[in-house]
Design a protein around this ligand. Structure first.
Ligand code: ZN
Length: 423
């Protein structure tokens, strides 16, 4: 009886949530582009433009994001009733740039985008930024009438789509859109093969291996003028569709793009939850930012692990568990605040993290001794810092490519996110 009751309750909640979607939204996307500008200490949001795109790839049930991940967060309120109808956490390249030495000297601006299902009635969008103390502080808000005729409608750049994996409706699956950068028209067949390759490699790794039926993967057949990507230090510059480049923030392997509008224009050809950019290069590199985009090269011998590691950042909000001095960041984390990433801790609020995954016999913090290397624990070193930040296991795909597995904290976080998007 109890189970029947629970099932009924679940069905009721599902119907109510689904009803909420249809009450407030239609099945398109409203894309809000803005410029994020400032320096190491200051930030400003400038509204750029609104675009109504034809598909919505997100859940119709999980509209409110309670993960508390990301440097930023936005909320969408129904204007008339003041009811919160959608929210999402995310991060951006601007946030990372703010921690570089350059940001202490000059001001810069970056293109950014938030997307949400197309509202039927007027809304208020509130934008928040996380302070050094870890609190989300409101920065600005926008009053938007979805019937405003200045909202551009339709695709700005239309391309054919290659379906690498299709398991069901976009609202009930994790939808990954793969975008090519540095593949010419003659290399579109190679891009399709790469989509198939990565659609296969993703499920070679646990926990993705157990959830293959929860994913849709498509590729947008969008060619570039030239093959390859920019490598500034070698004076190599390529005219590519999405403008990717190695040496982002002067870190050789950090391959990213700042041409956000080009990325979103291409992605809009399909319903999507996550954008994955494949760069046609055999040089080691990639990068990813939570709910912004993921990027990996296609043909480095480590490309499969780069692909899976970066998706950990962009999709599941995982932090880097390594702590060598290979990044350009300074003081990335405040050691007096618990970081929002689920797989690193400053011990300020460790109870909110992976304590439930550690055996009682394991000391916290965990000594760097071989007897603990196969156990879950709390090992010092992570988040680009050798001291004061701790990680869940000696090794994990978020730390190095020596092994083939995620630690239990990372796996658990990935499963939670799969469920969030596919229910
Ligand atoms: Zn991990």
């Amino acid at each position: 009886m109890k189970n029947t009751g629970l099932l009924l309750l679940f069905i009721l909640i599902s119907i109510t949530s689904f009803g909420q979607f249809n009450k407030y939204f239609s099945e398109e996307t409203l894309r809000l582009d803005y410029t994020h500008a400032g320096d190491a200490k200051n930030e400003f949001f400038y509204l750029d433009e609104l675009i109504a795109e034809p598909f919505w790839g997100g859940s119709k049930i999980n509209l409110i994001d309670n993960f508390n991940y990301g440097k930023y967060y936005f909320e969408v309120y129904d204007k008339e009733s003041d009811i919160l109808i959608y929210s999402r956490g995310y991060s951006s390249l601007f946030a990372e740039w703010q921690t570089t030495l350059e940001a202490r000297e000059v001001s810069k601006s970056f293109e950014e985008t938030i997307i949400f299902p197309m509202p039927i009635n007027p809304i208020i969008v509130k934008m928040y930024s996380r302070s050094w103390e870890g609190e989300l502080l409101k920065q600005t808000e926008y009053d938007i009438d979805p019937n405003n005729y200045f909202i551009q409608r339709g695709l700005r750049k239309e391309y054919p789509v290659y379906q690498a994996l299709l398991h069901g409706k976009p609202s009930e699956k994790v939808d990954i859109v793969i975008l090519p950068d540095g593949y010419t028209k003659d290399e579109m067949e190679l891009f399709k093969q790469d989509c198939d390759k990565f659609a296969k490699v993703l499920f070679d790794f646990y926990p993705y291996s157990e959830y293959k039926d929860r994913f849709n993967i498509s590729g947008v057949l969008a060619p570039s003028e030239e093959s390859g990507t920019d490598i500034p230090k070698d004076s190599i510059w390529r005219n590519t569709l999405l403008g990717s480049s190695f040496y982002t923030f002067d870190s050789e392997r950090y391959c990213m793009t700042t041409e956000n509008k080009s990325v979103r224009d291409a992605a809009a050809n399909v319903p999507y939850d996550q954008i994955y950019i494949l760069v046609n290069s055999e040089k080691y590199g990639g990068g990813a930012i939570l709910n912004h985009y993921n990027l990996s090269v296609n043909s480095n011998k480590q490309a499969g692990k780069i692909f899976i590691h970066e998706l950990g950042h962009g999709f599941a909000g995982l932090g880097d568990e390594y702590y060598d001095s290979s990044t350009s960041y300074n003081d990335f984390y405040n050691l007096d605040v618990e970081p929002w990433e689920p797989n690193i801790t400053t011990l300020v609020d460790f109870n909110s993290k992976w304590g439930h995954l550690i055996d009682d016999s394991i000391p916290v913090p965990t000594p760097d001794s071989t007897i603990y290397y196969s156990s879950m624990g709390v090992f010092e070193g992570g988040g680009y810092s050798a001291k004061g930040i701790y990680r869940p296991k000696k090794d994990c795909l978020m730390k190095s490519f020596d092994g083939d597995t995620f630690c239990d904290a990372c796996s658990e976080s990935i499963v939670k996110m799969i469920n969030f998007y596919s229910k």
